[in-house]
Write a protein that binds this ligand. Structure first.
Ligand code: HEM
Length: 161
């Protein structure tokens, strides 16, 4: 008489093929969920930019140096300002074409009233990069930080003119 070892072992343990596959799938699913919790991915879609912008402005509102610039914004103004910032960054990153403002002119006006110093810009960039790093990693995440640094540099040069 010949024995199939697998069948014997499974028989002894009362494990069927389908139980083994269910177990394997459960392990696989658990690993994937665990990995996704810990591993960051790149910025890929408008929703990702919205998360970065929301995180950044949550930080700005709590920041002693930057919050005064936004202190007089009403709830309604935030509700139009944030979508404008989403469009600005979507355009900067993905050339979506949905932003029609003039940030240089707007900041020049504000600078004349309130004086943006290098310390303000440094803190702005610090919070912005921190918000990106907290949520995402990859070429787009790097590009977003780099574009912010470049725009901030140009802005400071223009404000000084
Ligand atoms: C010293 C640092 C900065 C401060 C304190 C600051 C502050 C502000 C404030 C208060 C507004 C709202 C203006 C309004 O309600 O009309 C604003 C608008 C905006 N900021 Fe800044 N900002 C800074 C740097 C930057 C940088 C570096 C960028 C881009 C990389 C940027 C991009 C924008 C844009 C796109 C708008 C919307 C402009 C519009 O179309 O009306 N800001 N900023």
């Amino acid at each position: 008489m010949t024995f199939n070892n697998n069948a014997v072992i499974r028989g002894a343990l009362y494990i069927s093929d389908s139980q083994i596959s269910t177990f394997a799938l459960t392990v696989l699913h658990y690993r994937t969920a665990e990995q996704m919790k810990g591993e960051k991915r790149d910025i890929r879609k408008p929703r990702d930019i919205q998360r970065v912008v929301n995180t950044f402005f949550r930080g700005v509102k709590k920041d002693p140096l930057l919050s005064p610039f936004f202190a007089d914004k009403t709830k309604e103004e935030w509700a139009t300002f944030l979508p404008m910032m989403y469009s600005f960054w979507e355009n900067v990153l993905f050339y979506s074409g949905g932003y029609f403002g003039n940030p240089m002119a707007r900041h020049k006006e504000m600078h004349e009233l309130r004086n943006f110093t290098p310390a303000h810009f440094e803190q702005w960039l610090h919070l912005f990069s921190e918000s990106i790093d907290q949520l995402y990693t990859g070429p787009h995440a790097e590009m977003m930080k780099e574009r912010a640094r470049n725009i901030a540099t140009v802005m400071q040069v223009k404000l000084a003119q």
